[in-house]
Design a protein around this ligand. Structure first.
Ligand SMILES: [Zn+2]
Length: 176
């Protein structure tokens, strides 16, 4: 299953808007601080393992908690948290849909499964951590004209090599 072009465009626009509104500096070097600037909090929870790398829930009027498994690399942890932010803005209505946000008292969103919502949150995470224009710029700095060094791109954005490679493919910059 893949997201439609229109859906990807909408998600990219949302990620761009969030970056702008919260004045997020790219590349993100401290995503916990970014979360705090939004009114949220990141907690380590060793009870989360295997099943999911993270989850998010509303914790107050304008606050939320993201719980993450400590058993993941920093790169994967960054993507997990960005993924949960995708649920926050796309699905929970945080700062985007007050009615929906008010209803988010019992539900937690996870990072697992293959539902449409999970794909949407992954798309948000990629667009949030590696915005299109920045990606192009960094990619151009790490190519010899034919080969692109995805490990260097990954290092720049503090994500895994597979996340960096996937982003390049979806943007149409790298071959599958
Ligand atoms: Zn999820």
């Amino acid at each position: 299953m893949a997201l439609s072009y229109e859906m990807k465009k909408l998600i990219e626009a949302m990620a761009q808007e969030v970056i702008k509104v919260y004045d997020v500096q790219i590349p993100i070097t401290d995503i916990d601080e970014v979360v705090r600037s939004m009114g949220g909090f990141v907690e380590e929870d060793s009870a989360i393992d295997g099943f999911s790398d993270g989850k998010i829930r509303r914790s107050g009027l304008d606050s939320f908690i993201i719980e993450v498994s400590p058993y993941q690399s920093e790169e994967r942890r960054n993507f997990t948290i960005a993924h949960e932010l995708g649920h926050l803005f796309l699905h929970m209505g945080f700062q985007t849909n007050e009615q929906r946000w008010k209803k988010q008292t019992e539900v937690s969103y996870y990072r697992n499964g293959n539902s449409e919502l999970e794909y949407q949150s992954n798309e948000f995470a990629a667009a949030f951590l590696m915005p299109r224009n920045e990606y192009k710029k960094v990619m151009d700095e790490h190519t010899d004209g034919s080969l692109v060094n995805t490990a260097e791109i990954a290092r720049h954005f503090h994500v895994s090599v597979s996340a960096a490679a996937n982003r390049g493919k979806w943007l149409g910059y790298l071959k599958w």
